[in-house]
Design a binder for this molecule. Structure first.
Ligand code: SF4
Length: 131
């Protein structure tokens, strides 16, 4: 670069007569760090939403299969599965997780209400087809 063009650049560049404020430089660095973290978080959220949607799709498929299986199973008596006896602690945990109406107590036995929890049918190994 010629000396003349360097002089032209120096003449058009803004030059501060005082040094930059150190505190403002720190604030700027902090803001840049926050912006980077937000971008990273945004990517993680996008990835998580993709996984959550896949899990939702799987649950929908399992529920559909479960509905079909339970609706044709001999152990389904009026929407209650009489094939499984649930221990009270499992019954309470399920009720806390998924809602009170997920289980029912009949004759001192806790049982699945399969119309509220059809998912169980999709993985149930004791299915007996109703004739
Ligand atoms: S398929 Fe399993 S969960 Fe469904 S009604 Fe039959 S025994 Fe119960």
């Amino acid at each position: 670069m010629s000396e003349q063009s360097q002089n032209q650049i120096q003449q058009t560049t803004i030059v501060a007569d005082v040094p930059p404020n150190v505190e403002l430089m720190e604030v700027r660095k902090t803001i840049n760090n926050i912006a980077e973290k937000l971008n990273s978080l945004d990517n993680e959220i996008t990835t998580s939403i993709s996984y959550i949607n896949k899990i939702k799709a799987l649950v929908m498929i399992f529920e559909s299969i479960g509905m079909w299986k339970c609706s044709t199973c001999k152990m389904n008596i009026n929407g209650v599965c009489t094939g499984w006896r649930l221990p009270s602690n499992l019954s309470n945990d399920l009720a806390n997780l998924l809602g009170e109406d997920i289980v029912i107590q009949q004759d001192n036995v806790y049982r699945f209400k399969i119309d509220k929890f059809p998912f169980i049918g999709s993985i149930c190994p004791i299915y007996i087809q109703r004739l």
